[in-house]
Design a protein around this ligand. Sequence first.
Ligand SMILES: C[S@@+](CC[C@H](N)C(=O)[O-])C[C@H]1O[C@@H](n2cnc3c(N)ncnc32)[C@H](O)[C@@H]1O
Length: 271
Amino acid sequence: MNPNKALWEKGDFTEIAALMRQSGEAVVASLGIKIPIRVLDLGSGDGTTAVPLANLGANVTGIDIAKNLVDAGNRRAKQLGLSRLSFQEGDASNLEGVDDHSFDLTLTVFGAMFAPKPFDVAKEMVRVTKPGGRIVMGNWIPNDSTSFVSQLLKISSSFMPPPPEGFISPMTWGVDTHIIERFAQAGVPKERISMMKDTYHFISPDKNPTQLVDSFRRFYGPTMNAYEAAEKTGKVEELHQQLLQLATAQNKGTNGSTSIPATFLRVTVSL
Ligand SMILES: C[S@@+](CC[C@H](N)C(=O)[O-])C[C@H]1O[C@@H](n2cnc3c(N)ncnc32)[C@H](O)[C@@H]1O
């Protein structure tokens, strides 16, 4: 089994995505979508950004490596009566079967950053996007204390065995020099790339930070793996306390609610 696929099929990311819907809508609202438009949502999950795009009238294809999330996305599209939105399985590192220059916009919010072979990912995104079109990426930022998920993943991986040789951290997509190098190899000069910091919010009116950490522990593949590894080394309590401390310190919600702002790097590539 492909370990990248296994990681994301392991839990149920829809439970985490439910906390991210408002920011998904805000990102889409900020894109200046003009109809007609064909959009690829890469690493789409169950449609946090794909659904609002389709609601605006875009024709949207969601591609995701996890079958359970593709199925969940297609269920949502059907329930919402969104015939211009469909999800299919695929790997951002190799979008075989997707024609060159198919999309006006390729959007990937915390999606393609998790695919292995980042140079291939950049090449594939450029290949399937039309000349004159755009690629927009949302990427977590390494070693940034306000980038909640990057901190959560940093803590999680510190309880895991070292990754296999040659593993490239997804967090490198949050570093400008790597982004420029990857798109340069795909034929895009750095003048066509802009980057800015933006904020996503993890919001739950009825979950406090302890319950939020519990959701990550039960449903988010990377955190599930960290708890399993910590179980073997007798460090579960240490891991749990570190994650609780992180979520509690970053929470702005009151009265048992959660609202955690999380900084990310928004990358726009104009082709
Ligand atoms: C953090 S989730 C984000 C999902 C969605 N974009 C959202 O904002 O709710 C990461 C997503 O990337 C997908 N993913 C990971 N590796 C992938 C790959 N190689 N190709 C396509 N999708 C991938 C996962 O299955 C998961 O749905």
